[in-house]
Design a protein around this ligand. Sequence first.
Ligand code: COA
Length: 704
Amino acid sequence: MADVVTLSREGPIAVLTIDNPPVNAMSQSVRAGLDQHFRTASSDAAVKAILVLCAGRTFIAGADLKEFDTGVHPPLHRDLFAAFEGSAKPVIVGLHGTALGAGAEFALACHYRCAVPDAKIGLPELTLGIIPGAGGTQRLPRVIGARAALEFILNAAPVAAQKAKEIGLVDRVLDGELRAGAIAYAQELVSQGAQPRPTSKLSVDTSGFDEAFIQSSLAGVRKKMRGQRAPDYAVEAIQAAIALPFEQGLDRETEIANLTLDSLESKALRHLFFAEREVAKIPGLAESVQPRNIRKVGIVGAGTMGSGIAIACADAGLEVTIIDAGAEALARGLSSIKKTYESSVARGRITAAQQAERTALVRGANELAALADVDLVIEAVFEDMALKQDIFRTLGKVCRADAILASNTSTLDLDAIAAVSGRAAQVVGLHFFSPANIMRLLEIVRGRNTSQETLATALAIAKRLRKVGVVVGVCYGFVGNRMMLDGYVREADQLLLEGATPEQVDRVIEDFGFAMGPFKMNDMGGNDVALRARETTGIRAQRPSPYNESIDEMARMNRLGQKTGVGFYRYEKGDRTPLHDAETDSIIAKVAARFGVKRRASISDAEVQLRCVYPLINEGAKILAEGIAYRSGDIDVIWTTGYGFPRFRGGPMFYADSIGLANVLAEMKRLHALHGHYWEPAPLLAELAAKKSTFQEWSKSRKA
Ligand code: COA
């Protein structure tokens, strides 16, 4: 294997170049290479300064995450960084790409930092449930001050080179090419007689780092890192940088870092990091299969979903033709697209020039014939099989023979839609989540006849739209909605019939860490949506009663939720705050009586939590066994990116693995005895529990 670190000379400058694709993670071999060449350069009298660069697409993008599970072998980050910091010769780093985590921490241990303009520097550790543990919490406050350091670490998002220069993190933004620019900068330092500048010797500027600032910063971050402990630990580590001498501060940082590394929160978040990348690897999809080039997209249906998809496409630079047969509906859709862009400009998210560019990419038409020349059509009309089949029949005739046809169906049989198109190999499901321009998840539904090329194109489109595309098979509701409708929400509804209130269920689920409880969610999306699917698919007849009865009763009474001002909750005009509605209680009581459900005076929060979450696990197990999802991690990605399942619990399947499948099974059996049918344990759950195995192990074994 080629050396991952090489040493070369440019006059008096020793250049250490790291080449450890894909992202130059600071693995053991990188550390060993740096250590070895640093020693050589240090002892060479002709060398006046040492420059560290990276080959490939990025500077060191972090510690090697795989080592977190296998253990870190010497040279340790701490010792290596101390050696570079203690160098008698100035050490310079030249940054490009993304200098993240241990990469940024290494840069902080070096004496001078230069960067190309599009380089980004960041400490994303909190997104993995850990704190920067390679000196970052001790060195960063010494370089940019405690207040800015806390903001930087809590923010967890990288900053661009110019901004990094403004806050004092980078000394020089280079113009032009990295290597030449960085060498010139190093030579300039040598000729100026620049001396080593060990960060550890600096004192921490504590101005503005008071309790009020800390608390308000933590309150801000809690919204996006719900339920996570790592932000509090980061504060503790920065406080140690202020209170303790450098070496003791490092000791404290190590203690805290190890604590976070061992936490379930961190294991869950690391699992999701890898799972979100693994979803793009499709078993059996040959690497030689090339995705089609997509430039022009047609969208059928100018409702909320169609308009959101149009924005997502225009944001990615695709030309969009949006179709709606109704002139008024089309005008409404186009105007909502325009308004979304106007508000993005007002909020400073995009520039006026970007707004003009993106708006110009979208045009409207009333006839499907206007899609004769597009590369891809995404149908986004409401869930009605006859309507969708009609559209696909026409699309099959009017579109170019090589165009791909996608349906945004969320529950219907994709194969039945594909069958009428005359080109089933070019049909795929692209299930977006509302608002489609914001939500990261895209379920890619692979039909019976979907070709490899179509699938590869769908995956490429997901990437282009900056979404996480997860491939799933055909069944009612696919992965996400099936688990929701047949598991989670179905049981939440059942709990209401037995005596729980929407307020209690929502509170318990939000305390568990979900972004929003199921009844607030139903009220937001509209209580009629799922009813329509249950009616058109005839699914109700196939499920034992009662099945989502209180939700459907709400829909039948036109209590659709926010859009009608009342659903499970009541809403004041122009306000989305859910308020208690006494009529909801009596409606639920009547439904319960109609189905002969015995009501209890109270149901414990613990029972509510268990009964909402465990059906997800059970349905997930069936989905895995049926091959509807490839891996348990895929299900976890779907539920954390599309349904608000708490990331710090890693998704429903990881959560089940972490509790222990034998424990899950025991509860399932108990509930089966009490509540019957829906609680029958999935065979795969029973099998893995008996073997003391996990969904993750099972998924891995099938890959091997
Ligand atoms: N350790 C080990 N592997 C890593 C890694 C790390 N720190 N960072 C990325 N990888 C791997 C990915 O798993 C992926 O592997 P795969 O191709 O087998 O799936 C590959 O590198 C490319 O990563 P990907 O995220 O797909 O590329 P990208 O260009 O979209 O993004 C980064 C690159 C660096 C921005 C992104 O990978 C990232 O954020 N990495 C993590 C950085 C981090 O959190 N560092 C702190 C750790 S202390």
